[in-house]
Design a protein around this ligand. Structure first.
Ligand code: FAD
Length: 409
């Protein structure tokens, strides 16, 4: 098998995992990242059993579990009536495993340390802007300032949802911005009134959604933290800031008084990050000597908590494609696309379907949600089905990608 020079654009979960897999195949990966030092953006996320299986395969799950917070369920109630409108328990599905709330810095740190320990080259302060064809079917990266990289046998786009390389796909697809996003922050964990093994949410119709997610620690010697989020329309963020932090806190507390200790830790709006969401599914996540992995190939609102997990599954699929077709790049990339096609499409559709029930101006959808969850969702097989959706296991991606179930905790 020829040793390939692989350019991996972006040092998020997709890029770091892909680099480790390329090295496992004996190739020469180089990661290019725009930041001066590779670092994570954002707050916390949920690692589903699918993403944990990939990390287990990479030998990193124990290190991740040492930092994260195990999750048994996702629980949400109506802010006004207290009625439970979401209760998805992982253990409804035999051997589903548990979720893992994790600080982004923890996930990043474990993957990044593994990349550095493996001796993979990471080049920072390189903003990728485009691609250029090079001799012998290779491709070079165009950086900001029109500088060119050396030529690579394969370019893997792991630049996330706003990747400028999407246009180099034969079928880039279109991105649809969602009207709702959220402000997120990470705060010290406050146990009073909160389960430490649950993502807890409060809703008022679909216009208000507040969440507290235990995310464990960002490093072994730091204290336990929680991700806190408030759903809002990015278009209304300026007006919210104009009204002032205290007015916003009063609104939050009117919906959920128990979060007062969490809110005390927020001193100003810059303590929070505004996240905008968009739906995008690339019909074919490949091109000439080019693969799209993670959010560059498919992005969605985080309602189902799948994005980072999908990125990790993609990295594994690209590994299998190249492993099975070492002498034929076209076939290897086609195999990669085929391995991920149906799982990605199903979850993109589910995410698009579920999101407006929790984040929209609709009055009808939250009513349906409230009736469904408080009644039908308790009747088998609905709890099993909901657990299968959330754990990422519909269409058995672990079997498709030759992954073992992560050991239970
Ligand atoms: C608020 C929020 C909550 C979420 N919650 C969850 C959750 O609970 N569970 C879950 O699984 N997922 C969740 N997600 C989604 C998850 O964060 C993404 O799916 C995941 O980070 C995608 O990984 P990625 O590596 O593809 O892209 P990214 O994480 O976006 O990484 C892209 C990398 O590329 C770099 N980069 C970007 N552009 C350039 C450029 N031009 N040149 C060089 N470098 C560049 C960036 O700096 C970054 O390091 C959430 C997302 C958001 C916004």
């Amino acid at each position: 098998m020829a040793v390939l020079d692989v350019a991996i654009c972006g040092a998020g979960p997709a890029g770091l995992a892909t680099a480790l897999y390329m090295l496992r195949l004996g190739h020469r990966p180089t990661i290019f990242e725009r930041f001066d030092a590779a670092r994570p953006i954002g707050s916390g996320l949920v690692l589903q059993p699918t993403g944990q299986a990939v990390l287990h395969d990479l030998g990193l799950l124990d290190a991740i579990r040492e930092l994260g917070a195990p999750l048994d369920r996702l629980h949400g109630a109506d802010a006004r009536t207290g009625r439970v409108v979401l209760d998805v328990r992982y253990d409804s599905l035999p051997r589903a495993g548990r979720g893992l709330g994790i600080h982004r810095a923890a996930l990043f740190g474990v993957l990044h340390n593994a990349v550095l320990a493996a001796g993979i080259r990471v080049v920072t302060e390189q903003e990728v802007r485009g691609l250029r064809d090079a001799a012998n079917g290779k491709r070079a990266l165009i950086f900001a300032g029109d500088r060119l990289s050396e030529a690579f046998d394969l370019v893997v786009d792991c630049l996330g949802a706003n990747s400028p390389l999407k246009t180099y796909s034969a079928k880039p697809g279109t991105s649809r911005a969602l009207s709702f996003g959220a402000i997120w922050t990470t705060l010290p964990w406050r146990a009073e009134g909160f389960e430490d093994t649950a993502l807890t949410q409060r809703y008022r119709r679909a216009g208000v959604m507040i969440g507290v997610l235990p995310v464990g620690r960002s490093s072994p010697d730091s204290a336990a933290r929680a991700a806190f989020f408030w759903s809002l329309k990015p278009a209304e963020y300026e007006a919210l800031k104009q009204a002032g932090l205290d007015a916003w806190k009063q609104t939050v507390l009117a919906h959920w008084p128990e979060v007062a200790p969490h809110l005390d830790a927020i001193a100003d709006f810059p303590d929070m990050t505004l996240a905008r969401y968009a739906h995008h599914t690339m019909p074919n996540p490949t091109g000439d000597a080019l693969a799209f992995v993670g959010d560059s190939a498919h992005s969605a609102s985080p309602q189902l908590g799948q994005g980072a997990n999908m990125a990790l599954l993609d990295a594994r699929a690209l590994y299998l494609g190249l492993r099975d077709h070492p002498e034929d790049m076209g076939k290897a990339l086609a195999r990669y696309a085929a391995l991920r096609r149906w799982h990605v499409r199903l979850y993109q559709v589910l995410s698009a379907m579920f999101t407006p029930f929790y984040q929209s101006d609709s009055r009808v959808l939250p009513l349906i949600r409230d009736v469904f969850v408080s009644f039908i969702a308790r009747i088998p097989p609905a709890p099993q089905f909901l657990a299968a959706i959330v754990s990422g296991s519909l269409l058995a991606p672990l079997k498709t990608l030759e992954l073992k179930r992560p050991p239970s905790v």
